[in-house]
Ligand binder design. Structure first.
Ligand SMILES: Nc1ncnc2c1ncn2[C@@H]1O[C@H](COP(=O)(O)OP(=O)(O)OP(=O)(O)O)[C@@H](O)[C@H]1O
Ligand SMILES: [Mg+2]
Length: 289
């Protein structure tokens, strides 16, 4: 109980103790605020990391969207182009054929007309390739082992590998890796990739074909690695673009067709390359139950 009429000393003590009380109270509040600040900082850090993850996700899906948009645009453009090309080639072919029949076999002009016909044939094949790209068919899905389809593609290139001194090293997973796929389309994917690798290894090299079962994701991984010329850093972003090519007489559709087919099969395709060292293509496909 407080004294109703405190002495001077007592007043002094009371004043001192209330000052301490206020200081103590202030310190307590400060400690509390500090704790709250720490908690807020932690929450902000967590939110920022979530935001970063979300941004990365958006950037990835935007990248995929841009490729899709480009593919659609290129498809329309390509179908139109291929159609016009085929019509013109038809007229040219008929005219040259007509001319060719006018010359006998000894006439050197006959040889010239035949050369023109040969070139028309090549252009016609390119136009067909463009048309196939522009008007793709829906995959007819059946379950096949990834290894069987890879072997089919490798067999088709067997002689080319021998001729070009390319050693093929297979390292297949012990699992069968069944995948629901359109076999013809998937064979086309592997052929397009292997064809690029062989082109890159003119003069010889090693082609490694590896498969793995990615158990947590239930996906089959196919790794096709070459020891070829590699892809310059600046071109890595462009190689899946339709009509991008740095080869003579090529259309530049192989990888964009492969990309689209893999997408149709709910898979993914990625590339790693080092100029002068080689290129590795990573494909993932969902494994069938
Ligand atoms: N394994 C590889 N090594 C080096 N360069 C490659 C490799 N794969 C692709 N490229 C580069 O990517 C480009 C695009 O490849 P893509 O298969 O789409 O078209 P292309 O081979 O040029 O023509 P097409 O496949 O229509 O005959 C190639 O021109 C080449 O420059
Ligand atoms: Mg190609």
């Amino acid at each position: 109980m407080r004294n109703k009429n405190p002495s001077r000393d007592e007043k002094k003590t009371q004043k001192k103790s209330s000052k301490y009380e206020r200081e103590y109270e202030l310190e307590r509040k400060l400690r509390h605020k500090n704790k709250e600040l720490k908690r807020l900082k932690k929450e902000t850090r967590e939110l920022l990391s979530e935001l970063d993850k979300a941004y990365k996700g958006i950037r990835k899906s935007q990248g995929e969207k841009i490729i899709d948009e480009r593919l659609n645009l290129a498809s329309e453009f390509t179908a139109e182009l291929a159609d016009r090309l085929k019509n013109s080639l038809n007229v040219m072919s008929l005219s040259v054929q007509y001319l060719s029949e006018k010359f006998n076999d000894e006439n050197e002009k006959k040889e010239l007309t035949e050369k023109i016909m040969e070139k028309i044939g090549i252009l016609n094949n390119m136009a067909m390739g463009l048309l196939n790209f522009a008007k793709p068919h829906k995959p007819e899905l059946k379950t096949y082992s990834v290894h069987k389809v890879l072997d089919n593609a490798l067999n088709l290139l067997k002689f080319q590998c021998i001729e070009e001194k390319v050693e093929v090293v297979k390292d297949y997973s012990s699992k069968i890796l069944p995948v629901k796929m359109d076999m013809e389309m998937m064979e086309q994917v592997f052929l397009n990739i292997l064809d690029n690798s062989l082109w890159a290894m003119k003069g010889g090299g090693t082609l490694s074909v590896t498969t793995r079962f990615l158990s947590p994701q239930k996906r089959a991984q196919i790794i096709i690695k070459d020891t070829g010329v590699g892809i310059p850093q600046g071109n890595l972003q462009k190689i899946f673009d339709p009509l991008f090519s740095n080869k003579r007489n090529a259309v530049g559709l192989g990888l964009s067709v492969a990309y689209r087919i893999i997408q149709q099969h709910k898979g993914s395709i990625e590339v790693q390359s080092q100029e002068g060292k080689g290129t590795t293509i990573f494909i993932e496909l969902p494994v069938a139950r």
